[in-house]
Design a protein around this ligand. Structure first.
Ligand code: CP
Ligand code: NVA
Length: 305
């Protein structure tokens, strides 16, 4: 059997993802109770970061420490990857030395190529196209606060970016409806969108897209790697802000999520992100627990091979 990886949510079945969230909630409780659980004792996670990170780096590193293992931070500035060593070679070399590899990079094709040559599980910690680990935490957070998300309606306000693509995949696997409010020419990828069928709709206007929804999620207007477009994006996305007026369109018990980092006054107003419907700190904290469940799952699957 070939090695399991986590490059997008679609790599896992709906049952596996639901079990993973359940396990994340359980591991969170066990950790809070002070229970020691060390399934990765003497194991090593390599963390390749070609982009900046606070949450992802700290959550993976803390997860490995709690699990009795170790995490090695690798940046292109001080590895041979940054000097042009082929991805195929790096994947084979790292696989000889570590038990799991986490990668944050630019083109999704790079992580796909890496995975073809890796012989240990690979986790996508964000590419230009997807951010599946964040969606594990987002789903955990919604479910903890409100119960099952199946049949609910979620609004995505902003760019049709990596987070939006992962929300589309989550709509497929967790069976919810998704309305996307994005400006024209910032639509999500057509192929990713069409795989979701009529569960997902583009409704340009944020006010309209948020009518009677159960969850509102957004993200920055300019993602990492798009800094050159910032000025143009600030123009295009003006009006794509989740403020009180937008939240008032949603159901009374609707929640607000943002993967962070956030720009108050751009994609979200301070009163929303710091207000009562926002659960962004739980969301950020759940990165730790959801990824612990992921690491544990992948390690166990790998042991079967
Ligand atoms: N949400 C998220 O992935 O944050 P970082 O970029 O800080 O890792
Ligand atoms: N869309 C953002 C997410 C950051 C966690 C980015 O790619 O920069």
């Amino acid at each position: 059997m070939s090695c399991r990886h986590f490059l997008t949510l679609l790599d896992f079945t709906a049952d596996e993802l639901h079990a993973l969230i359940k396990r994340a909630i359980e591991l969170k409780k066990r950790h809070a109770d002070g229970e020691i659980y060390e399934p990765m004792r003497n194991k090593v996670l390599a963390m390749v970061f070609e982009k900046s990170s606070t949450r992802t780096r700290v959550s993976f590193e803390a997860a490995m420490t709690h699990f009795g293992g170790n995490a090695i931070f690798l940046s292109p500035r001080d590895t041979q990857l940054g000097r042009g060593e082929p991805i195929e070679d790096s994947a084979r070399v790292l696989s000889q030395m570590v038990d799991m590899i986490m990668i944050r990079t630019f083109e999704h094709e790079k992580i796909s190529l890496f995975t073809e040559y890796a012989t240990v599980p690979v986790i996508n910690a964000l590419t230009d196209s997807y951010h599946p680990c964040q969606l594990l935490a987002d789903m955990q957070t919604y479910i903890e606060h409100r119960g099952p998300i199946a049949g609910k309606t979620v609004a995505w306000v902003g760019d049709g970016n990596n987070m939006c693509h992962s929300y589309i995949n989550a709509a497929i696997r967790f069976n919810f409806n998704l309305t996307i409010a994005c400006p024209e020419s910032y639509d999500p990828d057509q192929k990713i969108l069409s795989a979701a069928g009529d569960r997902v709709k583009i409704i340009r206007d944020p006010i309209e897209a948020c009518q009677n929804v159960d969850l509102v999620a957004t993200d920055v207007w300019t993602s990492m790697g798009q800094e050159d477009e910032q000025r143009k994006r600030n123009e295009s996305f003006r009006g794509y802000i989740v403020n009180q007026k937008v939240m008032q369109q949603a159901n009374k018990d609707a929640l607000f999520l943002h993967c962070l980092p956030a720009h108050r006054g751009e994609e979200v107003s301070a009163e929303v992100i710091d207000g009562p419907q926002s659960v962004v700190w739980d969301e950020a904290g759940n990165r730790l627990h959801a990824q612990k469940a992921l690491i544990d799952f992948l390690a166990k699957e790998h042991n079967k091979t």
